[in-house]
Design a protein around this ligand. Structure first.
Ligand code: MCA
Ligand code: AMP
Length: 449
């Protein structure tokens, strides 16, 4: 299914309804339809055609939505890039995706100025057409592009709207970054499908979050665990007031510690609903909307999604699962079993009454504040530095961010220089908090730390 058929339930059917609050202004779905037609016109004038890639490195803003919708309308593949990424990280994505254009805050305005036509492009396409490529899972140091189709986005949105009872009566407060699946796949798509009102903010800022929530009085909120840990600092009166208007708090992207769920319930009067997803698969499992939301678990498979646990690893198959890694047939083949199940790399157990619990990961992955860090990528950079002969980066528990990276190094090195290089070349959340000098790094016979 072309995603537009879902979006038209709002863009066309609810044309004059309030759709978006952004930066103090209000927009209807009709406004978004016209704005994205102009953005599509601007892209077409740059020579964009179906199948071309557009890289976008922007924090949350209305123009990012315009560009995404323009891509959907043109069959152009949207490639979002984390705004915190530095040159080295961006270069890898741009070299791999080979976009026709990279949009940043610098060239955004001049690009959009070139779009004047408000007529929607006339384009038929089927659901297997790629809608986005999102870079992820760099167990080899370099990340791979997960190719996500219109059908993948549609299957996820339909599941969540139905299972979480999202409707046009909802008010969604979206503060997570639109360059990841959490906000893009779950937030933006359920908003456009349900036709609810959304207030978008540039980013989640714990200093202003309470005031924003009180002011907007949302019914629906998506957060990563760090966001919920931050919200535990809300005063009891404010928390009660926010809880009164709220219908549903959802958490995902990293494990929500049970004590956070408990404390949050006492303060806000709501049991956070935890679900589990991946960039390659969108949402796989969710705690129930009605019934027990069990702390420490990620609930049950969502509709149409099959789950199997083999050798402790969770395998998943369904219309939500991506079609492969961009230009990486070997990696794609290795990621699937013979009967079409995707190997998630997540280790899981299932209780007798069917609740799934994630118990670890097969490969090294540090999740800090909901952002993924692949130790290998940082180790490779550290090993390029003078004096460093061995490097191992590991995740250390952190109250707020869940985990933070720490580097263990063998050799004679200048710590200040390492900090400087990491700051220059890595997103801030990847910079090791500490550099620990050790005599040797313990490894297994296979060389694994
Ligand atoms: C954080 N920073 C940002 C942003 N978020 N900068 C620009 N835009 C952002 N969106 C930077 C800050 O500038 C600061 O940098 C550092 O991160 C920490 O900021 P702080 O204000 O202390 O933040 P916090 O209170 O600790 O909260 C951080 C956060 C952020 C808001 C929770 O980590 C975040 O937005 N995480 C969500 C990531 C996400 O959406 N993941 C989903 C992946 P400096 O250190 O230089 O001062 S998708 C996924 O995992 C799957 C599909 C799934 O299941 O959802
Ligand atoms: P990404 O590929 O960046 O989207 O990250 C996906 C990974 O995040 C998954 O493979 C899990 O390891 C982790 N993840 C997502 N949701 C949860 C959750 N609710 N609990 C624990 N881990 C999660």
């Amino acid at each position: 299914m072309h995603l537009l058929h879902l979006f038209d339930l709002s863009l066309k059917l609810r044309e004059s309804a309030a759709a978006l609050e952004w930066n103090g202004a209000e927009y209807t779905f009709g406004d978004l339809e016209r704005r994205s037609n102009r953005a599509a016109d601007a892209l077409r004038r740059q020579g964009f055609a179906k199948g071309d890639r557009l890289c976008v490195q922007l924090s949350n803003c209305i123009e990012l939505i315009d560009l995404y919708l323009a891509c959907v309308k043109l069959g152009v593949i949207f490639v979002p890039i984390n705004v915190l990424y530095r040159e080295r990280e961006i270069a890898h994505i741009v070299n791999d995706a080979e976009p026709r254009l990279v949009v940043t805050a610098e060239n955004l305005a001049s690009l959009l100025e070139g779009g004047t036509s408000e007529t929607r492009p006339d384009l038929q396409l089927d659901g297997g057409t790629p809608a986005a490529i999102i870079y992820t899972s760099g167990t080899t140091g370099a990340s791979k592009g997960a190719v996500l189709t219109h059908d993948n986005f549609a299957a996820n949105a339909v599941n969540l709207v139905s299972c979480w009872q999202i409707s046009d009566r909802d008010r969604l407060f979206l503060a997570l970054p639109l360059f990841h699946i959490h906000a893009l796949g779950n937030g933006l798509h359920t908003w456009l499908l349900s036709g609810c009102r959304m207030r978008l903010v540039e980013r989640f800022d714990h200093r202003s979050a309470t005031a924003e929530l009180l002011d907007f009085a949302p019914t629906l909120f998506f957060g990563v665990p760090t966001v919920y840990v931050r919200l535990l600092d809300t005063s009891p009166d404010d928390a009660r007031a926010i809880g009164e208007s709220m219908r549903l708090f959802v958490s995902g992207s990293a494990p929500l510690p049970p004590h956070v769920l408990e404390r949050f319930r006492e303060l806000f009067g709501h049991t956070i609903l935890e679900r589990y997803g991946m960039t390659e698969t969108f949402m796989n499992t969710s705690n129930p909307y009605v019934g027990e939301r069990r702390a420490g678990t990620v609930g049950f498979p969502l509709p149409g999604i099959s789950i199997r646990i083999e050798g402790g690893e969770l395998f998943v198959r369904g219309p939500n699962v991506f079609c492969g890694y961009w230009r990486r047939p070997d990696a794609t083949a290795a990621a699937f079993t013979g009967d079409g199940f995707f190997r998630t790399g997540d280790m899981a157990t299932i209780s007798e009454d069917g609740y799934i619990t994630l118990v670890g990961r097969k490969s090294d992955l540090i999740i800090s504040g909901g952002f993924n860090i692949y130790p290998r990528e940082i180790e490779e950079l550290l090993l390029e530095q003078p004096g460093v002969s061995e490097a191992a980066v590991v995740g250390v528990a952190d109250e707020v961010r869940g985990e933070v990276p720490v580097a263990y190094l063998v050799g004679e090195f200048d710590e200040e220089q390492l900090v400087r290089v990491c700051r220059e070349q890595l997103a801030s959340f990847k910079v090791p908090r500490r550099f620990v000098k050790v005599d040797s790094i313990p490894r297994t016979a296979l060389g694994k730390v």
